[in-house]
Design a protein around this ligand. Structure first.
Ligand code: 13P
Length: 282
């Protein structure tokens, strides 16, 4: 496993985006890794605090991903990344368990406190070769059961946070939301470009599900190097599982139930990799 530095710097130079696919269990990690290997796409596996808890803890997630890489002979660059770490303690726990990358999301606080917490995480992480993502403004929508409104990042706040923390990658809120969109997302490409020009670090687009392809391409042209995708995979997988369960009411083997969403989940992963242009970049 590796941190995000090399893969995101290459993506920034060559203008494509690395996908962050969020994982929820062993099967999702396996399905995603198999497609990324087939497509020769570097990948970031995102794990929210809720998903880590569901799987049994950060150490369990690290062990699952490391073992899959070994047993499945995965040779592409794989980064395991804590998604929306809510505190220094949570990020420290993930880092101490072997995560090569973390996000500290202190965006619910005012700028000064966001900077203080982010800097604390960066100082701890960098000493251990771990990369850090921070959030400025507030990405809205539903995340781990919590619903919030979007608050666009201010350019000067983004620059200030970058200067004071030396963070590796940045998720400025620019109009995308977690979960489903009501209409077309209103992404602020002008602001995105300004933040890119003034910070020159890889930018992250959260809420990658449901954004039309042309807007995804425009985001990549304006400095986005990492796009997070979760809801779209969940919906695709769920649709097929519902069909399977409805048709096969007497099948109770969980392996068959979970696997019934494999083909469509893999197709969604493959399609996103091609859209983001990360295929054959391993
Ligand atoms: P979606 O669930 O909207 O794809 O967003 C994922 C995400 O941004 C995780 O941080």
């Amino acid at each position: 496993m590796e941190n995000t530095k090399k893969i995101l710097n290459k993506a920034m130079e060559e203008k494509y985006s690395i996908p962050q696919f969020n994982i929820n269990n062993l099967e999702w990690a396996k399905f995603i890794l198999e497609v990324c290997e087939e497509q020769q796409s570097p990948v970031i596996l995102g794990v929210s605090e809720g998903a880590a808890k569901y799987m049994g803890g950060y150490g369990v997630v690290v062990a699952i991903v490391k073992s899959l890489i070994e047993e499945l002979k995965i040779n592409i660059p794989v980064c395991l990344h804590l998604d929306h770490g809510s505190s220094f303690e949570s990020c420290k726990k993930a880092i101490d368990s072997g995560f090569p990358s973390v996000m500290i999301d202190a965006s619910k606080y005012e700028l000064e406190k966001n900077i203080k917490i982010t800097k604390e995480v960066v100082d701890y992480a960098h000493k251990r070769g771990v990369t850090v993502e921070a959030e400025v403004g507030h990405i809205g929508g539903e995340e781990d059961g919590v619903v919030a409104d979007v608050a666009y990042a201010k350019v000067e706040d983004a620059v200030e946070l970058y200067k004071q923390t030396n963070v590796d990658l940045f998720a400025p809120a620019l109009g995308s939301v977690h979960g489903l969109y009501d209409g077309e997302p209103k992404l602020d490409f002008i602001r995105m470009n300004k933040i890119k020009e003034l910070t020159r670090i890889p930018l992250v687009l959260h809420g990658g599900s449901g954004i039309p392809d042309n807007l995804i391409r425009e985001a990549i042209n304006n400095g986005i190097c990492k796009i997070n995708i979760n809801t779209e995979l969940q919906i695709t997988w769920h649709n097929d599982v519902v069909k399977f369960v409805t048709k096969n009411k007497d099948v109770y083997d969980p392996r068959k139930v979970i696997k019934s969403g494999e083909i469509s989940l893999k197709k969604a992963v493959r399609d996103k990799i091609k859209l983001l242009g990360s295929n054959n970049k391993a």
